[in-house]
Design a protein around this ligand. Structure first.
Ligand code: UGA
Length: 469
């Protein structure tokens, strides 16, 4: 099918490239001409594993074309709205880009078209979209709105596209449902060569799965599909804030958060995912989606203070972490501190709403000398903190440091040569904001290791124990 993707951000570009990869003809547009030209020249506007090769492969054969929005809308039977919905000052989502696009579609498109919401939008956006399209319809457009929320995670977006947990489509007619099933048919039937694994791997969460698991399809009304997306992100955010609160209590009482999280997660009704404590959630989705969801609920008279608390707990993580560093170093002013990891999570170069950025800003404001290293996100971090000194490897950042703070759990930090680090730091102290490193390994290399959710007493005992072995 001929498809338009409007908005070449993380969602749009991944969705467009992968839809081309499963056989559709995709016209992808963006209002940022510089970005479009980069993509036409084969350059990536951001880092996402596997995506560059999928774009290259499909661009060469012409199945993926980067065009103007006008051309994309003219040529496609289905238009995927993937434009940004950034937060307004009051926390509501800014829908102006969607409104603008709706007007353009209404004024240009003719005949039967699907207009598909992929961007995360407040419930009842579909209804507004429908009204707006009808208002500006000047060419006999016969348009159906669909909500098809995406559940792609940055860093594993390609994998998530090809092996989704579920496909949700919100429609108003059987015809729209049928068209959507046609678009997603290769995913629903798992009939494609997976660009990540080549052969579909078994789902690790499902012992009965031998690979190529067909994702469940949930067909709903539009409002419900819109709500599924906001509710899913909010629930996951809530899980993270919950485990962070439990981590605080573990620190205060001498319990071990790793064991507590394991014990909770073994309950199949809860599950082990998203119970990793640390410096809190970031990125361009959870923080803004939570705020926007709370605002919508308030508008409809529902008390979502549960989610307000979720946000509050998350914001407090940064302060708690900085206090932890202060407890170790006493005075921050003038201290050399190495920061390992700036991205809001591994396998991405995205630093939007990253807790690591806020931690670095706090340290700099207090007069610490921060030297940072991130495998992908340094350039983006420097856009937010121009004075930040970024290094080309973790050792350069650690030279002369009185503390190493691990803020993003990049796999490469597991491979660090700790004996080498021991020789170049001023003081062997690691404060791990992600509970990523091995406490035993670091203790055996002579490091003091401070993590999240274990009491100081516990840590001291563990260190003594490992030293005596
Ligand atoms: C999230 C959702 O997971 C996707 O399903 C959704 O499609 C996407 O938002 C979106 O709305 O577009 P993403 O923001 O890429 O995806 O990242 P996540 O993997 O969900 O992580 C979000 C944050 O939570 C990160 O800062 C991560 O470090 C943190 N996190 C995650 C924790 O602190 N603890 C955990 O146990 C898990």
């Amino acid at each position: 099918m001929e498809l338009a993707i409007v908005g070449a951000g993380h969602v749009g570009l991944t969705t467009g490239a992968c839809l081309a990869d499963i056989g559709h003809q995709v016209f992808c547009s963006d209002c940022d001409i510089h970005k479009l030209n980069m993509l036409r020249a084969g350059q990536m506007p951001f880092f996402e594993p596997h995506l560059a090769s999928i774009i290259a492969r499909n661009s060469v054969v012409g199945r993926l074309q980067f065009t103007s929005t006008e051309e994309a809308v003219d040529r496609a039977r289905a238009v995927f709205i993937c434009v940004g919905t950034p937060p307004l000052e009051n926390g509501e989502a800014d829908l102006s880009a969607i409104e603008h696009l709706a007007r353009l579609i209404a004024q240009r498109a003719r005949g039967y078209r699907l207009v598909i919401e992929k961007s995360t939008v407040p419930v009842q956006t579909g209804r507004q979209l429908q009204r707006h399209l009808a208002l500006y319809n000047s060419n006999g457009l016969e348009c159906e709105i669909v909500s098809s929320p995406e559940f792609l995670r940055e860093g594993s977006a390609v994998e998530d596209f090809f092996h989704p947990d579920r496909i949700v489509i919100g429609v108003e007619s059987p015809r729209a449902a049928q068209e959507m099933q046609q678009i997603y048919a290769p995913l629903l039937d798992q009939t494609f060569v997976c660009p990540v694994h080549k052969v579909c791997p078994p789902d690790p969460r499902d012992p009965s799965d031998s690979g190529g698991r067909k994702p469940p399809l949930l067909v709903t009304d539009i409002n419900s599909a819109e709500l599924v997306k906001h509710a899913s992100n909010s629930f996951l955010a809530m899980k993270i804030s919950f485990i962070n609160l439990i981590a605080d209590l573990c620190e205060a009482t001498g319990a071990d958060i790793a064991k507590v999280a394991e014990g909770i997660g073994l309950d199949r009704r809860i599950g082990p995912a998203f119970l990793q404590p640390g410096i809190g959630f970031g990125g361009f989705c959870f923080p803004k989606d939570l705020q926007s969801f709370v605002r919508i609920a308030e508008k409809f008279g529902c008390d979502f203070s549960l989610l307000r608390e979720t946000e509050k707990v998350n914001l407090q993580r940064v302060g708690r972490f900085v206090e932890k560093v202060r407890q170790e170093l006493w005075v921050l002013r003038g201290k050399k501190i190495a920061v390992w990891g700036l991205a809001f999570k591994p396998d991405t170069d995205d630093v939007r709403y990253a807790p690591s950025v806020r931690i670095v800003q706090r340290l700099l404001a207090e007069g610490a000398e921060v030297r940072a290293y991130d495998p992908q996100a340094s350039a983006n971090a420097r856009c937010q903190i121009p004075e930040l000194v970024c290094c080309s490897d973790p050792y350069a950042a650690a030279r002369g440091a009185e503390a190493i703070l691990l803020l993003t759990e990049w796999e490469e930090f597991r491979e660090v040569d700790w004996a080498r680090v021991r020789d170049i730091v001023e003081r062997p102290l690691v404060v791990d904001g992600r509970n990523f490193l091995s406490r035993e390994n670091l203790a055996s290399q002579g490091f003091r290791y401070v993590d999240v959710g274990r009491s100081l007493l516990e840590r001291r005992e563990a260190s003594l124990h490992s030293n005596s072995q």
